[in-house]
Design a protein around this ligand. Structure first.
Ligand SMILES: [Zn+2]
Length: 69
């Protein structure tokens, strides 16, 4: 079960209400929800970090094909 916690002092970016935002984790994704207007925001820091790592072997091959002479 995921725990939903209110974020103290946070302001909703959508309706500007204070102390209405709560967040929890869903499959390593942070979900923030405003209980007043229903605004939701998701972010996956784990996935973003993985995508910025060194290129795969396939990427290197594509770069080699388009390498100017
Ligand atoms: Zn809101």
């Amino acid at each position: 079960m995921s725990k939903k916690r209110f974020i103290a002092g946070a302001t909703c970016p959508s309706c500007q209400a204070a102390d209405t935002l709560r967040w929890w984790q869903e499959h390593h994704v942070e979900v923030v929800e405003c209980v007043k207007c229903g605004h939701t925001d998701r972010r996956s820091p784990v996935a973003q970090e993985a995508s910025t790592k060194e290129p795969t072997q396939q990427d290197a091959q594509v770069i080699g094909i388009f390498k100017p002479q």
